[in-house]
Design a protein around this ligand. Structure first.
Ligand code: CA
Ligand code: ZN
Length: 299
């Protein structure tokens, strides 16, 4: 199997000017090794969090050039497997996240991971592995890996997990795909600004799809199809995600916008991915049983 180690290439921004660190054919399955979002700088609670190098944050391993991907295509990314390290780290700090105004100093907590549980003092949290940062090069200037957008990036969406398939709009030749910022667990919202941050290895299958186009990433799993949108407010992100999904279904079905809007109100779900990154991320979720009855194939 193809592999990309973290030593062979990381990026701090998704940028079409980046030189790729790996070139693969469409249809390739590749193992990608990642640092945690602090580039593994915090190995103990004694690490003075204020003194870590904050320029080395949210590295994504990549970029990977996928042969045949051209602007206007879609890059399909199936997440086959996520393997995580045996120790996670969380931080809180002044002005970080929802509670930042109540927190007086930067603090890190090291959390052992064992037997499917994250240990936090005497409390055990079920492991819920996911990928925080995943995306392609954006259309215009580079976007740092801490910020989400139409290219993906730091979406911090807990549905980005084993078995899920993501679809990204392609903005540049080769797509220039990368990923990082794995979490052993994270709740919707990511309220502290940190999940249980871990290094790991992700196996993905990359495939170029011609003849479809997207404005923002979509995600599919066994049960649902979702539209993921980031914006400066959660309101806007949720509304754009909803409208883009409805528009796509209307375009591919026999029903009117009135009817699809009713159906989405009856059985679709507006959900929060995260509310703490420079832009907020929401998803609109449609069950596959409904798409099946509508006879709609979204991609
Ligand atoms: Ca993140
Ligand atoms: Zn993270």
């Amino acid at each position: 199997m193809e592999t990309l180690t973290r030593e062979s290439g990381i990026i701090y921004e998704f940028n079409k000017e980046n030189t790729y660190n790996k070139k693969v054919a469409s249809g390739t399955t590749i193992k990608i090794e990642t640092y945690d979002c602090f580039q593994n700088q915090i190995q103990s609670e004694e690490t003075v969090v204020d003194e870590i190098n904050w320029n080395n944050i949210n590295p994504a391993t990549g970029p990977i050039y996928v042969e045949g991907a051209m602007p206007g295509d879609v890059l399909k990314v199936k997440i086959d497997e996520i393997e995580i390290g045996n120790q996670g780290v969380m931080v809180v700090g002044p002005n970080l996240g929802v509670m930042g105004h109540r927190i007086e100093k930067m603090t890190a907590k090291i959390l052992p991971i064992e037997g499917g549980k994250v240990r936090f003092n005497h409390i055990e949290i079920p492991v819920n592995k996911m990928i925080g940062v995943i995306g392609v090069a954006p259309a215009n200037e580079g976007i740092n890996c801490g910020t989400p957008g139409p290219h993906g990036g730091n979406m911090d969406n807990k549905m980005i997990t084993e078995g899920a398939t993501l679809y990204f709009p392609v903005f540049t030749e080769g797509a220039l795909f990368g990923l990082g910022d794995l979490h052993a667990a994270m709740g919707d919202g990511e309220v502290s600004v940190s999940g249980v941050e871990v290094p790991g290895v992700v196996t993905v299958s990359l495939e170029v799809i011609k003849g479809e186009s997207l404005q923002h990433p979509m995600l599919e799993n066994e049960e649902v199809f979702t539209q993921i949108v980031s914006a400066s407010t959660l309101d806007e992100a949720a509304k754009v995600a909803t409208e883009e999904m409805i528009q796509r279904i209307v375009h591919k079905s026999e029903l009117t916008v009135d009817e699809i809007t009713m159906l989405m109100s009856a059985a679709g779900h507006t959900e929060i991915c995260q509310i703490v990154d420079p832009l907020m991320t929401a998803r609109f979720v449609v069950p596959k049983w409904l798409l099946k009855q509508l006879n709609v194939k979204l991609i």
